[in-house]
Design a protein around this ligand. Structure first.
Ligand code: KIV
Ligand code: ZN
Length: 399
């Protein structure tokens, strides 16, 4: 670990560095582009919530990208600002220029290492790629102290060749080694084992922090990221709401809460203020116009909503019956007991009480029967509907 990472990580060996790439890999997904101002707003929130490293963009991609990375670098108070660069001298120089004004800047350079990419995309031999790694990491390291090197498509790369690439990158000065599951192909066991093998076999592996970067093509991005930690990685690359190429990246809010809720089996910590997760999710959803699915873990509209009678009854008796974290812990004001056809009498009574109605047993039964009738016809029964049916009952009793 270098000095910058050491302070970002609080020098605790189980402290996990959170590297957010919402503004780079997240923005790369079709339809998620953000304006200059929106990027600044997202970066400011990420910095305030305790993200350690913000990958602010891909400076060579466009003038706009360069300018937003440079401005985020100038303004950010705490986080390290990273700029992405292919293994091309012009890319690396441009990334170096963009992060120059950061209090702490990082160049993140990558090259493919898998046979399928080498043969069909890059048309380079393994030996040529090793030379490229040595030259580009050296160039980056001459510009900044903090250099991350990524082996694109690492999970489809033969382990012996991957180990040689990492050895060359560390020797040339890389301080973070990222092993992405670029196409979301790995399983947790494979991903964990890959990190373990690299940590154990590559000379000087302890000179760098190892990093996970997982895509969600098989819905395994978060599980793989956590498995990578067990294999020795200490940096997680992730995005708010899991946005990213194709099926997306590991969702920041999910990894953070998995580490917080299951500390008993995942003994790692982050510096994130989890109470800001919902706010961050809403901001990213608003600026990208990407809706958050209702049942999305942690930040979905239904993450703390209960409709069935059995669950509502349990929740009214004890909040841990059907919730493994409190809504407040992720910035949601309270649990909601949604009134629908599955709701029971206990939740209905509670709802009436909260709305200021104290009904006798007969009136309550009567209102509950009318509520069930209505709920059969409507997906969700709103407070106004309940008000109307209680008022109808009161009016009928006076006739
Ligand atoms: O998925 C990937 O391999 C990437 C690299 C650029 C790190 O996003
Ligand atoms: Zn990626």
């Amino acid at each position: 670990m270098n000095a910058q990472q050491d302070s970002a990580a609080g020098s605790d060996k189980d402290r996990v560095v959170i590297f957010d790439t919402t503004l780079r890999d997240g923005e790369q997904c079709p339809g998620a582009s953000m304006t200059f101002e929106e990027k600044l707003e997202v970066a400011e929130l990420l910095d305030t919530m305790g993200v350690d490293i913000i990958e602010a963009g891909f400076p060579i991609a466009s003038v706009g990208d360069f300018e937003s990375v440079a401005e985020i670098a100038r303004r950010t108070k705490r986080a390290v600002i990273a700029g992405l660069a292919r293994a091309i001298p012009g890319d690396i120089a441009r990334a170096g220029e963009a992060v120059r004004h950061a209090r702490r800047g990082r160049i993140h350079t990558f090259v493919s290492t898998s046979p399928i990419h080498l043969e069909h995309q890059m048309r380079k031999t393994q030996a040529e790629v090793l030379e490229i790694i040595a030259a580009t990491v050296t160039q980056a390291r001459n510009l900044v102290e903090d250099v991350e090197w990524s082996a694109m498509d690492a999970t489809r790369t033969p382990l012996d060749y991957l180990a040689r690439c990492i050895e060359v990158a560390i020797k040339a000065g890389a301080t973070t080694i990222n092993l992405p599951d670029t196409v979301g192909y790995a399983t947790p066991d494979e991903y964990r084992a890959m990190f373990r093998t690299m940590r154990e076999t590559v000379p000087n592996a302890d000179k760098a922090i190892f990093s996970v970067h997982c895509h969600n093509d098989l819905g395994l991005a978060v599980a793989n990221s956590l498995a990578g930690l067990e294999g020795g990685a200490r940096q997680i690359e992730c995005t708010i709401n899991g946005i990213g190429e194709r099926a997306g990246n590991a969702a920041l809010e999910e990894v953070v809460m998995a580490l917080s809720v299951r500390r008993d089996v995942l003994p790692y910590s982050t510096g994130i203020d989890a109470r800001m997760l919902t706010r961050a999710s809403r901001l990213v959803s608003a600026v990208t116009s990407f809706p958050v699915q209702y049942n999305k873990a942690i930040v979905g509209r239904n993450a703390f909503a209960h409709e069935s009678g059995i669950h509502q009854d349990g929740m009214l008796k004890h909040n841990q019956t059907y919730e493994i974290m409190t809504p407040e812990s992720v910035g949601v004001s309270k649990t909601s007991l949604v009134m629908g056809k599955h709701s029971g009498r206990a939740a209905f009574r509670d709802k009436l009480k909260a709305m200021g109605y104290e009904l006798g047993e007969n009136a309550l039964n009567d209102a509950f029967t009318r509520f069930k009738d209505l709920a059969d016809r409507k997906k969700v029964v709103y407070d106004e509907d309940i008000e109307a049916l209680v008022d109808q009952g009161i009016a009928a009793a006076h006739d």
